[in-house]
Design a protein. Structure first.
Length: 167
Protein backbone atom coordinates (compact mmCIF):
# COMPACT_ATOMS: atom_id res chain seq x y z
CA UNK A 1 0.00 0.00 0.00
CA UNK A 2 1.36 3.41 -0.97
CA UNK A 3 1.29 6.12 1.67
CA UNK A 4 -0.31 9.43 0.76
CA UNK A 5 2.02 12.39 0.99
CA UNK A 6 1.36 14.76 3.84
CA UNK A 7 0.78 18.43 3.02
CA UNK A 8 4.21 19.40 4.35
CA UNK A 9 5.85 16.92 1.91
CA UNK A 10 4.22 18.14 -1.33
CA UNK A 11 7.19 20.33 -2.28
CA UNK A 12 9.66 17.41 -2.04
CA UNK A 13 9.13 15.92 -5.55
CA UNK A 14 9.38 19.37 -7.17
CA UNK A 15 12.57 20.24 -5.28
CA UNK A 16 14.16 16.91 -6.16
CA UNK A 17 13.06 16.85 -9.81
CA UNK A 18 14.90 20.08 -10.63
CA UNK A 19 18.09 19.08 -8.85
CA UNK A 20 21.27 17.36 -10.04
CA UNK A 21 20.62 14.91 -7.20
CA UNK A 22 17.40 13.68 -8.85
CA UNK A 23 18.95 10.73 -10.76
CA UNK A 24 20.47 9.43 -7.51
CA UNK A 25 17.51 9.68 -5.12
CA UNK A 26 16.11 6.18 -5.78
CA UNK A 27 19.56 4.68 -5.20
CA UNK A 28 19.95 6.74 -2.02
CA UNK A 29 16.59 5.53 -0.70
CA UNK A 30 17.56 1.92 -1.44
CA UNK A 31 20.92 2.46 0.24
CA UNK A 32 19.46 3.76 3.49
CA UNK A 33 16.88 0.95 3.51
CA UNK A 34 19.74 -1.57 3.16
CA UNK A 35 21.54 0.15 6.06
CA UNK A 36 18.55 -0.59 8.28
CA UNK A 37 17.07 2.88 8.67
CA UNK A 38 13.37 2.99 9.62
CA UNK A 39 10.65 4.12 7.22
CA UNK A 40 10.10 7.31 9.24
CA UNK A 41 13.84 8.13 9.15
CA UNK A 42 13.83 7.45 5.42
CA UNK A 43 11.04 10.02 4.91
CA UNK A 44 12.76 12.61 7.13
CA UNK A 45 16.09 12.13 5.32
CA UNK A 46 14.42 12.37 1.89
CA UNK A 47 12.79 15.65 2.96
CA UNK A 48 16.12 16.93 4.29
CA UNK A 49 17.87 16.01 1.03
CA UNK A 50 15.10 17.77 -0.91
CA UNK A 51 15.66 20.98 1.07
CA UNK A 52 19.41 20.80 0.46
CA UNK A 53 18.85 19.99 -3.24
CA UNK A 54 16.55 23.00 -3.54
CA UNK A 55 19.23 25.24 -2.01
CA UNK A 56 21.92 23.80 -4.29
CA UNK A 57 19.74 24.37 -7.35
CA UNK A 58 18.77 27.91 -6.30
CA UNK A 59 22.45 28.75 -5.79
CA UNK A 60 23.55 27.00 -9.01
CA UNK A 61 25.86 24.62 -7.13
CA UNK A 62 26.87 21.60 -9.20
CA UNK A 63 26.94 18.14 -7.66
CA UNK A 64 30.71 17.93 -8.11
CA UNK A 65 31.13 20.73 -5.51
CA UNK A 66 29.28 18.76 -2.85
CA UNK A 67 31.55 18.11 0.13
CA UNK A 68 31.64 18.63 3.89
CA UNK A 69 32.42 22.35 3.67
CA UNK A 70 29.38 23.01 1.48
CA UNK A 71 27.16 21.16 3.94
CA UNK A 72 28.55 23.18 6.83
CA UNK A 73 27.91 26.37 4.85
CA UNK A 74 24.32 25.28 4.24
CA UNK A 75 23.86 24.46 7.94
CA UNK A 76 25.52 27.57 9.35
CA UNK A 77 24.52 30.22 6.80
CA UNK A 78 21.35 29.08 5.05
CA UNK A 79 19.36 27.26 7.75
CA UNK A 80 19.35 30.05 10.36
CA UNK A 81 18.02 32.55 7.78
CA UNK A 82 16.06 30.10 5.61
CA UNK A 83 13.02 31.45 3.78
CA UNK A 84 12.32 28.35 1.69
CA UNK A 85 8.86 28.09 3.25
CA UNK A 86 7.42 26.85 6.48
CA UNK A 87 7.22 23.27 5.25
CA UNK A 88 10.92 22.52 4.73
CA UNK A 89 13.16 20.34 6.88
CA UNK A 90 15.08 22.80 9.07
CA UNK A 91 16.58 21.02 12.07
CA UNK A 92 20.39 21.24 11.84
CA UNK A 93 21.06 17.89 13.54
CA UNK A 94 18.61 16.13 11.21
CA UNK A 95 19.98 17.89 8.15
CA UNK A 96 23.58 17.08 9.12
CA UNK A 97 22.76 13.41 9.70
CA UNK A 98 20.89 13.07 6.39
CA UNK A 99 23.57 14.91 4.41
CA UNK A 100 26.38 12.81 5.87
CA UNK A 101 24.57 9.66 4.79
CA UNK A 102 24.06 11.22 1.35
CA UNK A 103 27.79 11.97 1.07
CA UNK A 104 28.64 8.41 2.07
CA UNK A 105 26.24 7.07 -0.58
CA UNK A 106 27.52 9.36 -3.35
CA UNK A 107 31.12 8.43 -2.52
CA UNK A 108 30.24 4.72 -2.51
CA UNK A 109 28.74 5.21 -5.98
CA UNK A 110 31.92 6.96 -7.17
CA UNK A 111 30.15 10.26 -7.79
CA UNK A 112 32.24 12.28 -5.33
CA UNK A 113 35.86 12.31 -4.23
CA UNK A 114 37.12 10.97 -0.92
CA UNK A 115 36.01 12.41 2.39
CA UNK A 116 37.65 15.48 3.84
CA UNK A 117 37.50 15.18 7.62
CA UNK A 118 35.90 18.21 9.22
CA UNK A 119 36.47 17.01 12.78
CA UNK A 120 39.82 17.47 14.52
CA UNK A 121 41.87 14.24 14.62
CA UNK A 122 41.23 13.78 18.35
CA UNK A 123 37.45 13.78 17.79
CA UNK A 124 37.76 11.47 14.79
CA UNK A 125 39.84 9.01 16.83
CA UNK A 126 37.40 9.12 19.75
CA UNK A 127 34.44 8.53 17.44
CA UNK A 128 36.18 5.56 15.80
CA UNK A 129 36.81 4.01 19.22
CA UNK A 130 33.22 4.66 20.22
CA UNK A 131 31.98 3.04 16.99
CA UNK A 132 34.15 -0.02 17.61
CA UNK A 133 32.75 -0.30 21.16
CA UNK A 134 29.16 0.04 19.92
CA UNK A 135 29.63 -2.64 17.26
CA UNK A 136 31.77 -5.19 19.06
CA UNK A 137 30.70 -4.78 22.69
CA UNK A 138 27.10 -3.54 22.41
CA UNK A 139 26.24 -5.27 19.11
CA UNK A 140 24.38 -2.26 17.73
CA UNK A 141 23.18 -2.12 14.11
CA UNK A 142 24.92 0.06 11.55
CA UNK A 143 21.99 2.50 11.45
CA UNK A 144 21.97 2.91 15.25
CA UNK A 145 25.75 3.34 15.37
CA UNK A 146 25.64 5.94 12.59
CA UNK A 147 22.93 8.03 14.25
CA UNK A 148 24.74 7.85 17.57
CA UNK A 149 28.08 8.70 15.95
CA UNK A 150 26.60 11.69 14.14
CA UNK A 151 24.94 13.00 17.29
CA UNK A 152 28.07 12.55 19.42
CA UNK A 153 30.32 13.93 16.66
CA UNK A 154 28.13 17.02 16.30
CA UNK A 155 28.11 17.59 20.03
CA UNK A 156 31.88 17.09 20.35
CA UNK A 157 32.57 19.42 17.39
CA UNK A 158 30.24 22.09 18.77
CA UNK A 159 31.92 21.94 22.16
CA UNK A 160 35.38 22.09 20.58
CA UNK A 161 34.36 25.16 18.54
CA UNK A 162 32.91 26.89 21.61
CA UNK A 163 36.09 26.14 23.55
CA UNK A 164 38.24 27.63 20.76
CA UNK A 165 36.07 30.76 20.69
CA UNK A 166 36.08 30.98 24.48
CA UNK A 167 32.27 30.88 24.81
Amino acid sequence: MTRTMRSHELHVPAWLSTSELQPHIDGFISYIRECGYSQSTLRVYRNAIAHFAHWMTANKMPLRKLKEELIERFLSEHLPACRCGSLRQRWPHTMRAALRVLLRFLRKEGLLGTACPIDPPSITQELQSFGHYQEHVCGLTQATREVSRQYCGSEMSSRAQRTRRGT
